[in-house]
Design a binder for this molecule. Structure first.
Ligand code: NAD
Length: 499
């Protein structure tokens, strides 16, 4: 909700059904990463705002948890319809502050629409379990209870989709929510929360508090009224959040980094593989947690694949994400650009060949934004830093292997385990890969990106802490089981003794 119109608009938090400035009035500016234009001023909130949101969410929880789940679902159906109506506007906002090309921004919003309808339907299911009792005239069943107030802390790379995965699953289960978006993408979060306000969600059920990780994120993690934290972001911060939440035995879900790989075997359809690799490695400028940053290619296919990839990478057009001609948008901010570039000297020190890219793009209008040339590394060996560390930019490391077994070992040899893919026309190889690739998501003859919301999303090893988002997996996190026994025998019946 804006206070003034036009450039330099000042936006507000959404707490207890009202759009309010940060308690001490502080704001921070946000800029378009493609051209440096000012987008607006956003609250730099602090402890007082977190306290206020937590109090509102705690109060609202008492009535929201008792609202029949199908009624909660009806709000989400309205949210879905409003998101559809506003899809183009929200997508343009998202591209402007995050940089991804418009077609991908539309996909980001579509994911929230899909999630709204999926979770709305869940309002008429939320299946529990009914089991027979070991005693006569006794009923035994399990129901899902909400947790209470949940904090959702989100990154900048999916400014609408990721908040939707968390908040919609939390809300349908009867929790109330405080959303803390990334400091680089608050405008998308405002547009997202406006939809809930307009859909008639009761006051206090969903609150938006903008600001930094240290001034809003950590106070939320520590807040005594916050029962659980759903976090997506970097490994470093995720670890900190987990350690802090553990002090109060709070439930935490962590969706963290990736070092995802595409395997291309000698028998693969190379045209298809090249399409999948380009989309996975350079889509969203490589800033997806599921982006492909390693290409594990069998020796026989390496030369031809390299030639075709170079030809196509040269043709990728950099530019503003709103321009229809753009294939690859900017990186999110200057420090991310520096971080990506710092890996070029790491690569050189490791003896890696930089086949293309390897530098910021500065010609013409590109000089005003954080643009980096799509980069391909060759001669990369398993264990090198550029093969192990998440770079989070348009950088692809090519590793040559001899066999399927070696490819799988290389894929599984990092501390991350989010997404992997294999291109092959051999059914036996595909089945073996599906069994042995140790990631939370596996694709066959498709790239590493493109998860759908009706299946669980998340990764193994250092990518998370074992929970899943989306699909029914999300409800496991946002509810806890209550076992109920109803004895209608009219006498004391002792389990394990009288049975
Ligand atoms: P980040 O860890 O810097 O920030 C994520 C969120 O945490 C932001 O809202 C930030 O303000 C907040 N935060 C920062 N410090 C905090 C603290 N001390 N306490 C509490 N909150 C704090 O991550 P980012 O740069 O926004 O996002 C990029 C990272 O996210 C990449 O590593 C990427 O792989 C990961 N990611 C993972 C998934 C997944 O589902 N696995 C999806 C998208 C992004």
């Amino acid at each position: 909700m804006s206070m003034t119109a036009g450039d330099g608009t000042a936006y507000r938090n959404y707490i207890n059904g009202e759009w309010v400035a940060a308690a001490d009035g502080r704001t921070g500016e946000n800029y378009d990463p493609a051209n440096g234009e000012l987008i607006g001023h956003f609250p730099r909130s602090g402890q007082a705002d977190v306290d206020r949101a937590a109090a509102a969410a705690r109060t609202a929880f008492e009535s929201w948890r008792k609202t029949p789940a199908p009624k909660r679902g009806e709000v989400l159906y309205r949210v879905g319809r409003l998101l559809e109506e506003r899809k183009e506007d929200i997508a343009r906002t998202l591209t402007r502050e995050m940089g991804k090309v418009l077609v991908e921004a539309r996909g980001d919003v579509q994911e929230a629409i899909d999630m709204a309808y999926y979770m709305a339907g869940e309002g008429r299911r939320l299946f529990g379990s009914i089991v027979p009792s070991e005693l006569p005239n006794k009923a035994a069943y399990g129901v899902r209870d909400p947790l209470g107030v949940v904090a959702c802390i989100t990154p900048w790379n999916f400014p609408v989709a990721i908040p939707s995965w968390k908040t919609m699953a939390a809300l349908i289960a009867g929790n109330t929510v405080i959303l803390k978006p990334a400091t680089d993408t608050p405008h998308s979060a405002v547009k997202y929360v406006e939809v809930f306000a307009d859909a008639g969600l009761p006051a206090g059920v969903l609150n938006l508090v903008m600001g930094s990780g240290s001034e809003v994120g950590m106070p939320l993690v520590r807040h005594p009224d916050v029962a659980a934290i759903s976090f997506t972001g970097s490994n470093e911060v995720g670890r900190e959040v987990n350690v802090e939440a553990a002090r109060e035995l709070k439930r935490v879900t962590l969706e963290l980094g990736g070092k995802n790989a595409i395997i291309v075997l000698d028998d693969a359809d190379l045209d298809l593989a090249v399409d999948g690799i380009l989309w996975s490695a350079f889509g969203t400028t490589g800033q997806r947690c599921t982006a492909c940053s390693r290409l594990i290619v069998q020796r026989g296919a390496r030369g031809e694949l390299e030639r075709r990839l170079l030809e196509r990478i040269e043709k990728l057009r950099l530019g503003h994400g709103l321009a229809e001609t753009t294939d690859v948008g900017p990186l999110i901010n200057a420090s991310q650009l520096e971080r990506v570039h710092s890996y070029m000297s790491v690569a050189q020190r490791e003896g890696v060949r930089i086949l293309c890219g390897g530098e910021p793009a500065r010609e013409g209008d590109l000089a005003r934004g954080n643009f980096y040339r799509p980069t391909l590394f060759a001669g990369v060996k398993a264990g090198m830093r550029v093969e192990q560390e998440e770079i989070f930019g348009p950088v692809l490391a090519m590793i040559e292997v001899e066999s399927l077994e070696e490819a799988i070992a290389v894929n599984n040899g990092t501390k991350f385990g989010l997404s992997s893919s294999i291109f092959t026309s051999n059914i036996n190889a595909a089945q073996t890969a599906m069994r042995d690739l140790a990631t939370g998501i596996v694709y066959v003859n498709a790239g590493t990106i493109g998860a759908e919301i009706q299946l669980p999303f998340g990764g193994t090893r250092g990518t998370g802490n074992g929970h899943r988002e989306a699909g029914l997996g999300a409800l496991e996190f946002f509810t806890e089981w209550k076992a109920i026994y109803v004895d209608y025998s009219g006498k004391l019946q002792r389990a394990q003794i009288d049975a």
